[in-house]
Design a protein. Structure first.
Length: 209
């Protein structure tokens, strides 16, 4: 089956678009991580802290993608993927242990309006950004871009879990919903770690990055 390979000029424009989308995601994840971690510490919310920690690794993944779009050194990318995978595992372990501790000790987090607003905003915007990244990845046949687009999609799923956890605690006083949401986030981190470690297949066609 023949796959269309972009012409050099068109490919350059696609690479620029991919880099722009990566920078937009990068900037948002930096802000998202700062807000989530601070709000999580204030409200004693394991889910918020875990969401913020995940965002920090997404920042690292975005930096790797921007570097990858400028180089052809696949060996270095492999090392970067393994470091990202290890980071996800560490976050999953930390968040999982803290969530289990919160459940066993019946630690009741405070209501976090900031966290609810953050997760709702992320839930609306991340799918749009992921769709744009996926479109460019398919046109470029780029595994690195496709991988980062998938991580953006997972971020949207995590924001939904976070919103449910924070919302249930705020509306019904279900304190356990927060550490349960944190366990979902820990599981997603392990899933992302597996994908980063193995490397992602291209979405059709020859891999170019």
């Amino acid at each position: 089956m023949h796959h269309h390979v972009p012409a050099p000029a068109n490919r350059a424009a696609l690479v620029q678009r991919a880099a722009l989308l990566a920078r937009v995601g990068l900037g948002w994840h930096v802000l998202e991580a700062a807000i989530a971690i601070v709000a999580g510490l204030v409200a004693s919310s394991v889910a918020l802290i875990g969401f913020g920690a995940d965002s920090l690794i997404e920042v690292l993944a975005g930096v790797v993608l921007l570097w990858r779009l400028r180089t052809r050194r696949a060996g270095a990318e492999r090392l970067a993927q393994q470091l990202i995978a290890a980071s996800f595992v560490l976050i999953a372990l930390y968040v999982g242990v803290e969530a289990a501790r919160a459940l066993s000790a019946a630690d009741r987090p405070d209501v976090s309006v900031v966290g609810i607003v953050l997760s709702a905003f992320t839930l609306v915007t991340m799918p749009l950004l992921a769709r744009a990244k996926t479109r460019v990845a398919r046109q470029l046949h780029s595994s690195a871009t496709a991988s980062e687009a998938r991580q953006t999609t997972i971020c949207a799923y995590l924001s939904a879990a976070l919103l449910l956890g924070l919302g249930a605690n705020a509306a019904f006083g279900w304190w356990w919903a927060d550490p349960v949401a944190a366990l979902v986030i820990a599981g997603a981190c392990l899933y992302e770690a597996r994908g980063a470690w193995r490397g992602e297949a291209c979405c059709g066609g020859p891999c170019v990055g």
